[in-house]
Every structure is written in structure tokens, then in C-alpha cells.
Design a protein around this ligand. Structure first.
Ligand code: 13P
Ligand code: SF4
Length: 304
């Protein structure tokens, strides 16, 4: 059987079908390399909202492709691997949030973008790790519930002294990082700065020199005068860091910082999805309309 040159074929199909390929920084290096745009969830959602492509192939996890569909409902959005999900996003269900809202009608629901469309549709405003600080600081003094990430929520609550409760969700990759592991890494690399994602637990975040979304971490290493970094987020980002700063050194905080779901997508999956136009993301009209309102509210605070 003739071997398929996936890179060549993906590039051909992309033009033929007027498709744009978006890849999150946690994707496999070869998948990031084939993408038209790579970014964190905030940057990719902005591209999804504004692209004039006919089709979006979203190399990431389900909530990201779903967010693209909410923002661009007239486009065909494909998720190359339909099973690629985010366990954290499933830690709050629309049923449980509906019940919470019934019991707490005066509480404003702030929803991390790592959530389902149904949960976004029940929320007042969305945030991503790249703009959460800017968005929640607008809600000082209000009664808030933050879903689903307890770690990012607790970080925000403490930093801005918010009247906020946090849901009990977490990222099973970032949440696992321990103080001992940080101490060991700092001992092994005494000249390196520690930079972490806010999905790590607060005690880890407090030990860091910088905290930010994946895009913010990448910008930080580009601008910093420091030459060595301990990376407290998923290993995929190191591909872009090395590319941007070939003379700097990057050490992954622990070997466990690998997101199983993010790594499911291969070049073959991207090719198959494009060729067969399969794994189309659908969002019901009423859910799309309400979820869009929560996302637009987020952009209102961050873009003005
Ligand atoms: P970003 O907002 O930095 O893209 O992070 C998304 C994510 O899933 C982190 O685990
Ligand atoms: Fe979800 Fe964590 Fe994977 Fe991000 S790294 S997609 S939060 S499981």
C-alpha cells in the first residue's frame, strides 16, 4: 500500500476545502507544525471568531472546538479525535449548576472556558487563563461562583479578595504537582526561574516567579533576561519555547506533565478529519446563543 505523505496531503486538502487548522500549544510538535495558528485557548478562540475560512479543524480538546463552534456557528468545525476531552470540563455538569443556581439565585456564575457549552450557557461570563484576572477584577464586591477549576478560582479569589466560592474541579495534570517536586527542581536548577500555569495548586503558584496561561508563559520566556526556566505546565509548550529561544534552557517540572487527551491527535487524524469532513461539532441553537452571550461578555471586558 502506498504511504501517505500526511503533511503534503493536509496542506493540499486545507487549500481545496478552504480550511484553517488551529492547534493548542499542548498538541504534539508535528501537529503544531502543520497548523496555520497555534496558541492558548484565548488566542485560538479569537481566531475562531474572526477567521473567514469555511472550515475550522481544531487540534485540541472538545471544549475548545465547541467554543470555536459557539463563536462561529456558521462554520464547519471538526475535532480530529472525537474522544479528545478535558476531564476538568466534565467536573461540572449543567444539571448540578442548574441546581446550584436555583438555590443561589443572587450569585453571578463565572465560568472557565474549560467547560461544556451547556455549562457556558448557564453562566454569566466566561474567562480563560489568559484573561481571568482582567475579567474577575470587574466583579469585586459581587457574590460569585467560579466553575469548575478550584485552583485557578482560589488563586483569583485570593489575589483580588473576591466574594467568590469555587467549584471542586481540577486539572488532573496540573493539580498533581507537589511542593516536594518544586523543591527538587529548584535544587537541580538553581539558576532557573519557575514559571507555572494557574491550574496548579495555590501553594505551587506561590513558589513561582511567574504565573500565566500557556501563551503568557511563552511570551515571558521570550522577553525575560533569564536563560533557564523550570516549566510548570504541559510539555507541549516547550516545543514553541525552544523554537522561539533556541539558546535558552527549559526543564519540565515533572515528567507527569503530559495531557493524555491533548496528545491523542496525530497527523493521520488531522488528515482523516479533513478528508472525510468527520467529527463535526454541533451545538444546539439555544445553547449556542446563551453560551455566546457569556463569551461575548468576556470579550467586552478584555477587548475594551
Ligand atoms: P490555556 O488557557 O493556557 O490555553 O490553558 C488551557 C488548558 O487546558 C490548560 O490546561
Ligand atoms: Fe484539561 Fe488539564 Fe488537559 Fe488542560 S491539561 S486540557 S485542563 S486535562
Amino acid at each position: 500500500m502506498k504511504k501517505i505523505d500526511y503533511i503534503k496531503e493536509i496542506n493540499r486538502l486545507k487549500k481545496e476545502k478552504k480550511a484553517v487548522i488551529l492547534a493548542h500549544y499542548y498538541q504534539r510538535p508535528e501537529v503544531q507544525d502543520i497548523a496555520d495558528y497555534k496558541g492558548d485557548s484565548l488566542a485560538l478562540s479569537r481566531i475562531a471568531a474572526t477567521t473567514d475560512a469555511r472550515m475550522i479543524v481544531f487540534c485540541g480538546v472538545h471544549f475548545m472546538a465547541e467554543t470555536a463552534k459557539i463563536l462561529s456557528p456558521d462554520k464547519k468545525v471538526l475535532l480530529p479525535v472525537k474522544e479528545a476531552g478535558c476531564p476538568m470540563a466534565d467536573m461540572v455538569t449543567d444539571m448540578s449548576l442548574k441546581k446550584y443556581k436555583e438555590e443561589n439565585p443572587d450569585v453571578t456564575i463565572v465560568c472557565y472556558v474549560n467547560s461544556t457549552a451547556n455549562v457556558k450557557a448557564l453562566s454569566d461570563v466566561c474567562v480563560t487563563s489568559g484573561n481571568a484576572e482582567k475579567v474577575v477584577s470587574q466583579y469585586k464586591g459581587k457574590k460569585l461562583m467560579y466553575v469548575p477549576d478550584k485552583n485557578l478560582g482560589t488563586y483569583l479569589k485570593e489575589k483580588f479578595d473576591l466574594n467568590m466560592n469555587v467549584w471542586n474541579g481540577f486539572c488532573c495534570i496540573h493539580n498533581e504537582v507537589t511542593v516536594k517536586e518544586v523543591q527538587n527542581a529548584k535544587e537541580s536548577y538553581p539558576d532557573a526561574q519557575l514559571i507555572v500555569h494557574p491550574e496548579c495548586q495555590l501553594e505551587i503558584v506561590k513558589m513561582a516567579d511567574f504565573v500565566g496561561s500557556t501563551g503568557q508563559l511563552l511570551n515571558y520566556v521570550k522577553k525575560s533576561n533569564c536563560n533557564e526556566f523550570i516549566i510548570g505546565t504541559e510539555n507541549g509548550i516547550i516545543h514553541q519555547m525552544k523554537r522561539a529561544c533556541p539558546n535558552k534552557k527549559f526543564y519540565l517540572l515533572t515528567d507527569n506533565l503530559a495531557c493524555y487527551d491533548m496528545k491523542l491527535t496525530t497527523l493521520k487524524d488531522v488528515y482523516d478529519a479533513l478528508q472525510q469532513e468527520k467529527n463535526i461539532i454541533e451545538v444546539k441553537d439555544d445553547i449556542q446563543e446563551n453560551a455566546l452571550k457569556a463569551l461575548e461578555k468576556m470579550f467586552e471586558y478584555t477587548d475594551n
